[in-house]
Design a protein around this ligand. Sequence first.
Ligand code: FBP
Length: 573
Amino acid sequence: MVNEVLKKERDYKMTKLSPLQIERLKYQPKLPSSLKGGINSLEMVEGSATQSVADQEEIRNLFPNTYGKPTVTFKSSSFSKSSEARNVGVILSGGQAPGGHNVIAGLYDALKNSNPNSKLYGFLGGPSGIIDGKYVEFDDEFINAYRNTGGFDIIGSGRTKLETEDQFQESLKVCQKLGISAVVIIGGDDSNTNAALLAEWFTNHNTGIQVIGCPKTIDGDLKNDQIEISFGFDTATKTYAELIGNIERDANSAKKYWHFVKIMGRSASHVALEAALQTQPNITLISEEVEAKQMSLDSIVSYMTDIIVKRAAMGKNFGIAIVPEGLIEFIPEMKSMIANLNDIMAELETDPSFMNATSMHDKFAIVEKRLDDVNASVYSSLPVGIKAQLLADRDPHGNVQVSKIETEKLLIEMISNKLSELKSRGEYIGKFSAQSHFFGYEGRCAFPSNFDADYCYSLGYNAYALISNGLSGYLSSVKNLTASADQWIAGGVPLTMMMNMEKRHGAMKPVIKKALVELDGPVFKQLADNREDWAMNDRYLFPGAVQYFGPSSVCDITTVTLRLEQSKQLAGV
Ligand code: FBP
């Protein structure tokens, strides 16, 4: 039945393809040369044993079977082995990111290349699909309809956290019913934490089922020495940069608005930083810098107001300000208040007086009573809308849903108040008229850029190489990404290598460590070295739309972030 519904949906879509879709379906993604000979002609080379990035003893104790394994790389071999048919399941997990369909296409092609009788099952609606036994079986026609397309609609996604004994038992039953001996989880840091837990459980229970992760997230925060970039970051940042460039041109034409653009990326500011380097706006806030400099909300507002007033004195009553989505969590007084609030919310979720409170004001009062004194006064000083947004449900991993907090509007309101104050003291403030934007969902399902199409296909293909070499608890890794695709290096990195202990839902849990913007790194330095110039002089850049056909210099370029990070590594800095 489920298959039938999906089939009908797909068949309808196939009759309504746009000219671009028709051409993109024909695009053949590039593979690293080591994988081009096929799955059965690969040699696996082991690196040295690994350890977790922090909290080694706790992580080792929690993952006794999968901890400490070596990194691996693949090289092509002239010896070709035969492979038995296998059944594999795949899950799309967390927020959408351009290229997810190509990971599945790469995995499918590798599986069939290895043995045409192998089967690939897609679990529906994210990790809950493997628990509830909701799945589809892919065939050529199904996969071909989604090659090089954006979105996760091939099987849908979800944010269920796989962590309980019951969930693992149910997953095992479903895998055994379908004869599945390996599961691929395509997700970000939290979803790959799920993958690590499931891998450990399956190994510990001698199930013979392997688990492999693939690094997905537009946020760009799942990266380290082994993972150069998460997929989707390239396309999403290019999409936001196109939109910001368009807004810059509009602002520079009409010269009457300040545009405040909040940009997705959750905690880390990689997306905001990359979009800023591509477009050179007047103001770019970076959450990690705000935290390092211990900037209060008031000092951020003063910094921005100062630029607005100076530009007004030059006759420029317009500009662009970029605000990273997670800013609020990095402002010291807010961070402390949110941490306190998260612990309280974990208790209040089961407290009838809070859950049944009919007015928001009653909820605010309950929360303020429970918060520590300082945190209560920070919370109560916020506008009502922001206070309510901070009480919205946590995601299943216990994170505040920063996409729901309108920081850009909070800043506009506070800057307007500060400007009124200055005006009342007789200072010249020009005219301040602001527009707010939030770019996030617009970029998550765009057609994958050529880079993401190639990278994702390679990640999926490589995931099966890891499976066929008997590995579990590994993340598919493809490196050397600023070189041409044939020189990319395919391999795997143990998931436990990226883990540390963090507080979630009020308790310490093993999680994959998020990569935040490095303030001493070349990417942030590029912004820091130029922002004074960009603030006063309009140095706007207009990157335009992602291009799929045309010269390689236009179609195959990677992000500024990746280029700068790679040049640092090449220089051995
Ligand atoms: P993940 O890739 O980490 O799952 O999140 C991506 C993301 O787009 C974040 O940037 C954003 O904060 C969040 O998802 C929004 O979540 P939702 O789609 O549930 O609104």
